[in-house]
Design a protein around this ligand. Structure first.
Ligand SMILES: Nc1nc2c(ncn2[C@@H]2O[C@H](COP(=O)(O)OP(=O)(O)OP(=O)(O)O)[C@@H](O)[C@H]2O)c(=O)[nH]1
Ligand SMILES: [Mg+2]
Length: 318
């Protein structure tokens, strides 16, 4: 199961305490208490593994290490080790009521800062006080809740009713291995496929009422929020292709108006499963609302080639 929305608690390390002590040799009796080390901080870093949020599934709190206390002879305590949490690129980070998007591989962001180490008594010496007993406690590390919400980064998102052939499409034009079967909701979680530089996201099918939670709902739509282009798949086996196309558009719109602004290509899929006349009739139905639907069949090499030409064009524009 792809984990794409998870909230955890993170805690930075406490700073080590400063030390109060004095030189034991008779010749010099001054203060020699070292400083405490700084507490470790917690960072996030973008990685390519889209399943990386799975690491946060069973454990709910993640802490960086505390700084060590200061020591005698002006020895400073060691700094606590930072903790770097790996999240997939495309993760939105909700923290302190704000949202940050981690969009680059290797990009790092500080979430909570470690506490500063306390000063040892050496720092408190002065002409009027050559034997200071003061020392500071290390500061506490910050403690916060953070929510990681994965929104896949893809160039093209595939949408359509279940059984429209979305997974079959992504499998044939990319090396993806998305499950295909002749029943609705075969795809239960998003899959990515790569065509040269283009990333294509296959998401579970939508149905009427998806925005109210019907079927698998629309929670997966967040994974194509960032795509520039939508490939809208309509099976030629449907009675009312234009009506069904509009139903999906309405569901997209109720998730976000931005979906309707994206560049969209409409495909009439499974084209080999109806007669030529029937296919042409359905192409015309789309033409009557100003849409040039592209017929597609996974068993027709010519239509696969045409799609590849389109993908090459999209790639050039990228
Ligand atoms: N003959 C033929 N069958 C197809 C074609 N495309 C898909 N199919 C079949 O249609 C069924 C559904 O295909 P999928 O690719 O799983 O459909 P999907 O849109 O991913 O479905 P969900 O994951 O349930 O949303 C499978 O049995 C496929 O083999 C096609 O071009 N021609
Ligand atoms: Mg599928």
């Amino acid at each position: 199961m792809l984990i794409d929305d998870i909230t955890i608690t993170i805690e930075a390390g406490k700073g080590g305490d400063g030390k109060a002590c004095f030189n034991k040799t008779k010749m010099s009796l001054g203060p020699t208490g070292g400083d405490g080390g700084n507490g470790g901080s917690v960072y996030v870093e973008g990685v390519s593994d889209i399943g990386a949020l799975g690491h946060f599934r069973h454990k709910k709190k993640f802490s960086a290490k505390n700084g060590k206390n200061g020591m005698e002879q002006l020895k400073h305590g060691e700094d606590g080790q930072d903790l770097v949490l790996k999240v997939p690129v495309g993760t939105s980070i909700h923290i302190d009521g704000k949202v940050f998007d981690l969009l680059k591989l290797g990009e790092k962001m500080l979430l909570v800062k470690g506490g500063k180490g306390g000063k040892g008594n050496y720092h408190f010496r002065s002409p009027s006080n050559t034997t200071p007993k003061e020392w500071e406690k290390g500061e506490k590390g910050e403690l916060k809740e953070v929510r990681f919400e994965l929104k896949l980064i893809a160039d093209i998102g595939l949408v359509g009713f279940p059984n429209a052939g979305k997974s079959s499409f992504i499998n044939i034009v990319t090396e993806a291995d998305s499950k295909v079967a002749n029943y609705p909701f075969t795809t239960l979680e998003p899959h990515l496929g790569v065509y040269y530089d283009l990333i294509i996201a296959d998401i579970p099918g939508l149905i009427e009422g998806a925005s109210q939670g019907k079927g698998l709902g629309i929670k997966f739509l967040r994974h194509i929020e960032r795509t520039r282009i939508i490939f809208h798949f309509v099976s030629v086996l449907l009675e009312d292709v234009v009506g069904d196309y509009r139903i999906i558009r309405k569901e997209l719109e109720s998730h976000s108006k931005d979906f309707l602004k994206k560049k969209e290509y409409v495909f009439l899929t499974r084209a080999d499963e109806v007669s030529k006349e029937d296919l042409n009739k359905k192409i015309q139905e789309f033409q009557s609302i100003g849409i040039d639907a592209i017929p597609f069949s996974v068993i027709d090499d010519e239509s696969i080639e045409k799609v590849k030409i389109l993908l090459n064009k999209i790639q050039k524009e990228k």
